[in-house]
Structure formats: C-alpha cells, structure tokens
Design a protein around this ligand. Structure first.
Ligand code: HT7
Ligand code: ZN
Length: 855
C-alpha cells in the first residue's frame, strides 16, 4: 500500500473557496449534489483531482455543461478533470448508502439517525472533493428528508431557512461563514430532542446552545450542558477566546469510532461522553463527559479557526487541545489528582507505545493509514510538549505566545513549527533544541544521582540522559528536558526552593552548596517532563518523600516507587521490606491534612502493566502473584483501618462535589483492600455496597471487587446488574467490561463466552472496546499461558476488519508487544499476527499496524 511522507507535502493545485451541498437524505440511498467553485492555485496546468472513496459520479458538470465520459477519469477513487481557466464551477452528483456503511466514516446510520464522521478522510466517502486539511471552503448545505423519520435537520454553522415539501418531506439550509477544511463538515438528521440553553459571550453576544439526544435521554444531558458553559467561560478567561457563531449544537450518537468530533458548530459525540446520571454513570464517566465536551469545544480555536496544514501536524491541534482540556478539568476539580491521573494514562498508553514497534514521533514522518495515528503519542505526549513550553515560559509569556499563535494563524492551516515559532516570538525564548521533542520518538531516560560531600558541605546532582532507539531512528540526540527539582532537609522536612533545571547535555552536573548533611532529592516534580527517571534514592528516602514532599505529584510518585521497588524485588526473588509499604500506606490514609481523592491515588498499587514495564522480560503470572500477595498483606494488616474508612466515607445522599467524589474513591479503595484482607465477610460487605449504592461509582466498584473473587455473591451481583441494565447499552457495556477486566483465573474463558453472548455485537465500537479492548488491557488474563487470549483477540480483529477496520486496527497494539514477553508467549503472539496478515482483503488500517508489529 501507498506510504504518505511528510517531506512530500506540496500546496494544493486547486482551491475551493465555496461549496454548496444538496443532500436528498435517505438511509438506503442518499443523493449528493455538490457545487464547487474552484480556483487554480499558482501557475500550473495540472488537472483538478478530487478524492473519492467508493463513489461513482452519476453526472459531472463544469460551468453548467455536462461532461462527456472522455472528459473525466476515475482512478483508485480519484476523479480527474482537465480544466482550462483559472476558475470554474464544478458540479458532481453521486448516490451513497448510509445504511450499509459499517465503517462509520462518511455518512452513516446509527439508531435511526443519519450522521457524519469526516475526520480524517471520511468526506471523500460523501462527495468528490480535495480531501486535505489545507483546502478551506465556505459551506452552504441544503438537506431534504422524510419529515416523520428525520424531523430535525442539522449542519455546521447557523440555520438559514427551512420549509415543508410535498410527499411528507421537508428541507433546511445551513450556512457556515467560516472557511473550514472538509474534515470539519457535519450533518445530522433524525428524531431528536433538545436540551436548549444559552451563553452570553464576553463581548455580549448571545449563543444558542443545544444538546440533541433521543427523547428518553434528555434527563441525562445536564452535566454535559454545564460542562459546555463552563468551557466557554474558561476559554474566554484563560485564553481570551470567544465563540464565533450564533448556535452551538452537540448531537449524541450510539455508534461512533472515537470519543467525539469537533465539527464546526455541530459537535458529534459518542453518547458515552454526553449522557450521565448517578444511576448509570460513574464519577470517571462524569469526568469523561466534562473533559471531552471541553476538548471538542476548545477545538473551535485550536483546530477549527487555526487548523492543520496536513495530517503530520495532527498534534498541533490534538496535543494543544488535550493540554487545554487537562488544565480546564484541573481548574474544575483538583490540580493534584488530575495531574496524577493524566500521568497514569500517559505511562499506561504512551510510554508503552513509545517503547514498542508502533513508536513514532509527535510529528510523524510517514503513514499508510492516517486513522492509525490518532495515538497517545500525538494526543498525550503532544500535550506534554505544550506543558513543557508553558513551564519554561511561565504563564504570562505562554499566554503572549498563544495570543500570537491565534492572531497570526487565524483562518489558516498551520504547522507544529508555526506553533513553536509563535512561542519563541511571543514568549521570547529560544526553542531550537526543544524542537527535537517533535522529531524524536522514544521516552527519554534520565539518571539522577545525588552525591554528598561532607568536606565541602555540598551536594552534586549528576544528570545523564539517553533516548532509546525506535523504529527508523537508531541514533538519538540529547533533548532539552525541564526538571523541576528540590532538595529536602531530612531534619526539618522542608526544602529550600523549587528550581527548574534544564538538562540539555547527555551528561551534566549541578552542585548545591550549604548542605552539611545529605539532603533528599525530589525531581521531576509535577512530572515536569515526560521522561523515565532513575535515581539512587533509598527506600527510606522514598518513604520520607511520601510523607513530606509538598509537591503532590512527587509525593504520589515517591509512594509508587516505594511499592514498585518492593514488587519488582519480590518478583525477582530479592529480600524486600514490605513493612515500609504498609507503614507508608497507614500514614497516608490516616493523615487528616490530605485530600481523600489524593489518598486513594497514592495508596493504589501500581498496575500489573506498569510493573511489566519495569522488567526486562514481562512475566504476567509472577507480576500478578506478587501484586496480589502485597494487596492481601496490606488488606490484612490494616483491616480495621479499611473497615473504618469504608464506614466513614459512606454518604447519606448522592452529590457530585469534589469532596463527595473523593469520598467515593477512597471508599472503593477501602473496599478493595478489605476484600483482599481475607476477612470472612469481604464478599458480604462488597455485596452490601453493591445492593445499597445510590450511584454507579459505588455499584460498579463493588461489582468489580466481587468479580475478582469466586464467591456466590459474584454470580448474584452479575445477574442483578445484567437484568437491571440489559436495555441500556452504555451501562450494559460496564457489565461486559467489568468481567473482561476481572483478576480471575477464568477470565479468558469467560471472555470467549461473552463474545458469543446475545448482547454482544461487533457493529457497536463501544461494545467491542468494552469486551475485547478491556480484555487486551488485562495483562494477566490476556497473556494466559495457553495463548487463548491472543487467539480471541486475533479472531475479533479478523472478523471486525470486514466491518470496521478503524476499530479493528486499534486492537492490534497489545499483540504487537510480543518482544517484551518470554519466548513461548512471543511465538504465539507473532503467530497470531502472521495469521491476521494472511487474511484476504485485509484493510490498510490493520495491515499497517500488523506489518509494523512484525518488523
Ligand atoms: N478530532 C477528533 C478525531 C476523530 C476521529 C479520528 C479518526 C476516526 C474517527 C474519529 N472521530 C473523531 C476527535 C478529537 O480529538 O477531538
Ligand atoms: Zn481532539
């Protein structure tokens, strides 16, 4: 298959300043009439080439005249028309079948609705067009549809006119005055109800807000609406960015390949990121709704008003927008807990990606299928790059940089380089070396060794960095790494100031005077750089920091490192001091000055996957055994504490305040440790919480705790849950997911059975992710030594590829990590990848991921 390369970028031959689209909507056969005003871009005689995918032109007109068959050609989907002048009016007529569109790209049907998904290259499945983000057009859209089936007709921009037609049909016209790339085009038709509200912008303009869902779901839209209004106010306050149209609509759909889509003025969402009520949504779901609503809204500036020149610049909009949504969520809740959660996600998803066969730079150099590049590297590492620049600049200069970026590039298709240059010009900083972060893949390793010299009463911090080789990049250059650092005096329990050290060389040292006794090192505070830090700190130093560090992230990190050292030691058969972990947990849980949500994060054991990342060869069984044993020991030794915590954190009534959320988080952690303690009533207490809970956060956590065990209550709770939520797709996903995530010796067999369950379907990406996505993330179960887990996931990829290649390709990376496992497992994983590759008619999406995984 064709490889697209960044260095091959050329400006478009033809521009399309205006486009008028006319849709005769119908689920089985929709007719699309597109009228493009095209202008020659530069002095050349190249023909007009319009991208198409699965389209056949019914008729083509140029300047009103119908073209004969020899006046155009169709090759691999691309429509070529020779044009003589510098400007023309080109019309095409096609027919498409939304109902048969199982890829969920282009125009498709979902639960009685018709909706679109055009990013990255879905517009070419709707009509012929230069489907690239640097062709910006003003859109005018007219739709006609059966009024009974599709009473609501929405598109980008502002509504202009609507009316009735004969035969029970009606029509509507929408205009979007802001030139946009076609990946931001959207329409929705369906029987939808609206949660309507308004927002007055900072310049006093009134914006009509609408969240459109099925009538029955209206009561579940309040949180999303509040999140939207908070986001609009936050972007004005923090970035000075105001909304620009008269309406802003959001539609929730059940079948969606991703989280949501930022189409101009008409965001389309996976319903799981809109709908929330206490009965069916966990606190994590509520936070997900808030974060994704904000993310899509923020794209209106970082992505829509300033868009990307080409798809290699994807992180320009995604990294920056993730950074913006992370800070928004932190401002809405706890900065400390949000940072810990974000780093946990980064390490789980991006560090793994960066150390495997699919590692790529934040600005990639090539791709086969762009959909495969909506990755943790582009999104989460991209956000860390922005965060580092913000840290180096400080708030005022960072704001000067973003103001300059938005003003300089408003209405343009920009590059990552444009962003960095705006930071340099607006923030008055030299980022020459920092640019390497965009070029070099791989997570930098930093060794930080502190040595004390009593004679000179000084300490020297030796810093060394290296970036591991990644595919196509065997050699790496030293990066510019900002490390927030402090030295703690063990006598006073305090440090003398937090410094930003810039590590720019492969090896560098700094000396600090005035230390008669050795201080304790706190480094990469706040996770100031996305790197792996290795230090020579003792377990006692880490225990000290876990009790005294005033940077919440560093305090959490010290606690986690303390646990990792014990667990990795135990797995390796070394003598370890588990008492230090138990003591640190006891001190943290009983510290009245700490936020309960922070406590819950700090006392949680590192995940099995994270422990695997610390080992040369991952041993899933040994990791599981060691972690489980430590969990049981912590449970048993502190049992009275867990019982007490579990009782104390029970609320009288549901609230969504940060305090109430923190209490639930701690309560669920207490339940987990209590169940692990071996107490005879562990399952009874869990079942009690399951039955009495007035919210899904506690109910699902209790179900998950029971699902890890083998009690009679396990089956009872799963049955009750199923019967209660069998008709609610999003909640039934939790039933599948909880079982696929369970630490249970039979999980692999259970997942096989669940794959045959009458409620399982490959047609819905949320359901696939709930079962197979969750299972592939359950290290112990997925890597079952029989190899059955690999077969199940490979079977799913093969079957799903025929329907929805994008979602299928997202299941490949767990199999691609075969080099990290023992020979027997590696051979079985490789064999499954090879089997997939032999499938006839395999998609480009899966082919790229599998072949790179085998290289
Ligand atoms: N910008 C959006 C990306 C997206 C997407 C990409 C590929 C396939 C389907 C998709 N749906 C949405 C989401 C975002 O980052 O905001
Ligand atoms: Zn995004």
């Amino acid at each position: 298959p064709h490889i697209v390369r960044r260095q091959d970028y050329r400006p478009p031959d033809w521009l399309v300043p205006d486009i008028a689209l006319d849709f005769a909507l119908d689920a089985a056969a929709t007719r699309v009439h597109a009228t493009l005003s095209v202008t020659r871009n530069g002095d050349h005689d190249r023909p007009l080439r319009l991208d198409g995918d699965g389209l056949l032109p019914l008729e083509i007109r140029v300047d009103g005249a119908v073209l004969a068959a020899d006046q155009w050609s169709l090759d691999g989907g691309t429509l070529t028309i020779a044009l003589s002048n510098s400007a023309h009016m080109v019309e095409t007529f096609v027919e498409i079948a939304p109902q048969g569109n199982s890829k969920l790209m282009g125009l498709y049907a979902s639960g009685g609705l018709l909706c679109t998904q055009c990013e990255a290259e879905g517009f070419r499945r709707i009509t012929f067009f230069p489907d690239r983000p640097d062709v910006l057009s003003r859109y005018s859209v007219r739709m006609t549809a059966d009024k009974a089936l599709y009473p609501v007709l929405l598109a980008n921009g502002d509504p202009v006119e609507q009316g009735d037609l004969p035969d029970g049909r009606h029509w509507a016209r929408w205009n979007d005055p802001f030139p946009k790339p076609c990946y931001l085009f959207a329409l929705v038709a369906g029987d939808l109800a609206c949660n309507a509200d308004r927002f007055v912008t900072m310049s006093g303009r009134e914006v009509q807000l609408g969240i459109w869902v099925r009538e029955a779901d209206l009561p579940r839209t309040a949180h999303a609406m509040q999140a939207l209004k908070n986001s609009m106010a936050w972007d004005e306050r923090v970035y000075g960015r105001e909304y620009d149209l008269d309406v802003f609509n959001i539609v929730a759909v059940a079948d969606f390949n991703f989280g949501a889509m930022e189409n101009k003025g008409l965001n389309i969402f996976n319903s799981r990121y809109i709908l929330a009520d206490p009965e069916t949504a966990t606190d994590i779901d509520y936070d997900g709704v808030e974060g994704v609503v904000a993310h899509e809204y923020f794209h209106n500036w970082s992505g829509n008003r300033v868009t990307c020149r080409d798809w290699f610049q994807l992180s320009l909009k995604e990294g920056f927008t993730v950074f913006r949504d992370q800070n928004f969520s932190a401002d809405m809740g706890s900065h400390a807990v949000k940072r810990i959660e974000d780093v946990r996600i980064l390490r789980a998803a991006q560090f793994q990606e960066d150390s495997g066969p699919l590692a790529h730079p934040v600005r990639p150099e090539s791709y086969m299928e762009i959909s495969n590049f909506y990755t943790a590297t582009i999104y989460n590492k991209g956000a860390e790059l922005i965060r580092m620049m913000a840290l180096m600049l400080g708030p005022e200069r960072f704001r000067a940089g973003t103001d300059l970026y938005f003003d300089r590039h408003d209405g343009e298709a920009a590059t990552c380089e444009d962003f960095v240059r705006a930071m340099e010009d607006g923030g008055e900083i030299d980022l020459a070396q920092f640019r390497l972060w965009y070029e070099q893949a791989g997570t930098p390793h930093v060794r930080a060794l502190l040595s004390h010299d009593p004679a000179t009463q000084s300490v020297t911090l030796l810093l060394e960095q290296s970036v591991p080789p990644t595919p196509g990049q065997p050699e790496k250059r030293p990066m510019a790494i900002p490390l927030r650092t402090a030295l703690f005096d063990p006598e006073t329990g305090q440090h003398r100031g937090d410094e930003l050290l810039m590590l720019t060389e492969a090896r560098q040292s700094v000396t600090f005077a005035g230390w008669p006794t050795a201080p304790i090192l706190s480094i990469n505070r706040g996770f100031s750089a996305p790197v792996i830090v290795e230090t020579n700190r003792s377990q006692a130093d880490l225990a000290f920091l876990s009790a005294h560090d005033d940077d919440p992230f560093a305090r959490y990190e010290a606690m986690q490192q303390l646990m990792v050292n014990v667990l990795v030691g135990r797995i390796g058969g070394q003598p370890v001091d588990e008492d230090a972990v138990v003591a640190a947990i006891r001190d943290t849980v009983t510290n009245p000055l700490l936020d309960p949500a922070f406590i819950a994060e700090a006392i949680r054991l590192p995940s099995e996957a994270y422990l695997g990342d610390q080992m040369a060869v991952v041993d899933p069984d040994a990791i599981h055994a060691a972690r489980d044993a430590l969990q049981r020991r912590i449970g048993a030794e502190l049992e009275p504490l867990w019982r007490d915590m579990h009782g104390k954190t029970k609320a009288n009534a549901f609230a969504l305040s940060p305090a109430a959320k923190g209490a639930r988080k701690l309560r669920n952690t207490a339940l987990l440790y209590l169940a692990a303690s071996g107490a005879a009533d562990g399952a009874t207490v869990a079942f009690g919480q399951f039955s009495e809970a007035d919210n899904m956060t506690e109910r699902q956590a209790a179900l998950a705790t029971l699902a890890n065990g083998a009690s009679a209550e396990r089956e009872a709770a799963l049955d009750i849950f199923y019967n209660r939520y069998r008709d609610d797709a999003l909640t039934l996903d939790k039933w599948f997911q909880t079982q696929a995530f369970a630490f249970h010796p039979d999980t692999v067999d259970l997942v096989e059975e669940l794959g045959r369950h009458k409620d399982f379907t490959l047609a819905n990406p949320n359901r696939v992710r709930a079962l197979y996505g969750a299972f592939a993330g359950n290290q112990w179960a997925f890597h079952h030594k029989s190899g059955k887990g690999y077969r199940l996931v490979a079977d799913c990829i093969v079957a799903l590829d025929k329907l929805n290649p994008q979602t299928a390709a997202r299941l490949v990376p767990p199999l691609g990590r075969w080099r990290r496992f023992d020979e027997a497992r590696a051979a079985m994983m490789r064999a499954e990848l090879q089997r997939i590759l032999l499938e006839p008619g395999l998609s480009k999406d899966v082919t790229e991921q599998v072949s790179k995984s085998l290289e």
